[in-house]
Design a protein around this ligand. Structure first.
Ligand code: PLP
Length: 393
């Protein structure tokens, strides 16, 4: 062991602790759901999970995973083009494509891997990737791996996007989150699509927080705006509303998906989604399709909790998604508030720099369909007690 190296890391970690920005992992001893059991805090109401439809521990999703494990075993023990791909992958990809309204889809071990597979593959030298400055870290890193010219446009600023489109080289790609994960806001897709059409750009939307949340039937931000057929490529995760395990996908044209099979490095050099996950995610989509009341319940919960926060004097950022951020200012304040909430039995995370810009640290509440009115009332009572005295929220 190189002790000097360990010591340097330890010093760096001490700085984080002193600044109050050190992140502690919480240990759950039960499945995640509206309630979970946490080693550090006992029974908690969960307001910090992407388990938007409450399907992560749904018996139909769990049983489908178990059946997948029994049928296919743990995995193919290699990448798909070398060792083959399971029928379960094809079934899930066919379902995802149909569900999202695209000709084809391809799964990856995560949405991070999907973005990193897609963007360097299409964003080759001589072309231009134009990315919203608040896009998810996986998009930012994936763009860095691309040979294309890389340009950021100011968040949701359509004049800036148009200026960048005018200067673009070769094929331009506009890349945006569908729902911005730290803001809870939705991308201005109608304007983005109109600009893409005017300038011949390809539109790529990462709808990780939109799928299973937005749109009349939970198909995401494209459905929310009625833009089916006008967005070229969608990426997303299976690790949030669609079962919560892990996994991601790209949906788009048949030639795009075939190109990704041939060329995308996180497909060619990384194992497939475990079949348990493929089977659980397929079941999650089927549950969502058969039970629109889940979406209705989630929306009711969002409206109720937002109204409760406002009644208590908080000013959550606006937006139609299941993400309700409350900006408190300094990172240490957000972390301290999340600790006070945990002491009251509410699990919700504080986010600070560098995840969000300096001075805009926040508590990010996420509202799922399986939270009951009693859970929400208990959480609102905890927010009232945990309110920071210096907060602008
Ligand atoms: C917009 C967005 N893209 C990608 C990801 C990464 O998803 P995964 O956990 O499947 O890698 C996330 C997860 O936080 C996300 O919010």
């Amino acid at each position: 062991m190189n002790n000097a190296f360990e010591l340097r890391l330890e010093e760096d970690l001490s700085t984080l602790r002193e600044a109050g920005t050190y992140k502690r992992l919480r240990h759950l001893t039960s499945p995640t759901a509206a309630h979970a059991r946490m080693a550090e805090a006992g029974d908690v109401v969960v307001l910090s999970s992407n388990n938007y439809l409450g399907l992560a521990n749904d018996p139909r999703v769990v049983e489908a995973g178990i059946a997948g494990l029994r049928r296919y075993g743990a995995g193919t023990a290699s990448v798909r083009f070398i060792c083959g791909t399971f029928e379960a992958h094809r079934a899930l990809e066919t379902k995802l494509a149909a569900f999202l309204g695209f000709p084809a889809a391809l799964t990856y071990a995560s949405c991070w891997a999907a973005n990193e597979g897609l963007l360097p593959t299409v964003g080759t030298a001589g072309n231009t990737l134009i990315s919203d400055e608040l896009n998810h870290a996986s998009i930012i890193d994936a763009c860095r791996l691309a040979g294309a010219k890389r340009v950021r446009f100011r968040h949701a600023d359509m004049d800036d996007l148009e200026a960048k489109l005018r200067e673009a080289e070769g094929q331009a790609f506009i890349v945006t989150d569908g729902v911005f994960s730290m803001e809870g806001s939705v991308a201005k897709l109608p304007e983005i699509v109109a600009l893409a059409e005017r300038y011949g750009a390809v539109t790529i939307v990462d709808d990780s927080h939109g799928t299973g949340v937005l749109g009349a039937t939970g198909r995401g931000s494209i459905e929310h705006f009625g833009l089916h057929g006008r967005v070229d490529i969608v990426t997303g995760t299976l690790g949030k509303a669609l079962g919560g395990a892990a996994g991601g996908f790209v949906a788009g044209g048949a030639a795009l998906v075939d190109t990704l099979v041939q060329r995308s490095r996180t497909q060619l050099f990384s194992n497939a989604l475990p079949p348990t996950v493929a089977c659980s995610a397929l079941a999650a989509i089927e549950v969502l399709e058969a039970h629109p009341e889940l979406l209705a319940k989630q929306r009711e919960n969002i409206a109720y909790f937002r109204a409760g926060l406002v009644r208590l004097g908080f000013r959550p950022l606006d937006g139609p998604s299941a993400i309700v951020p409350i900006v408190v200012g300094e990172t240490a304040l957000a972390i301290e508030m999340s600790e006070r909430l945990l002491a009251e039995g509410v699990f919700v995370t504080g986010f600070g720099f560098p995840v969000v810009p300096e001075g805009t640290a926040r508590i990010r509440v996420q509202l799922a369909a399986d939270l009951t009115r009693a859970d929400l009332d208990r959480a609102l009572a905890a927010f009232e007690k945990a309110r920071p005295s210096t907060s602008s929220g």
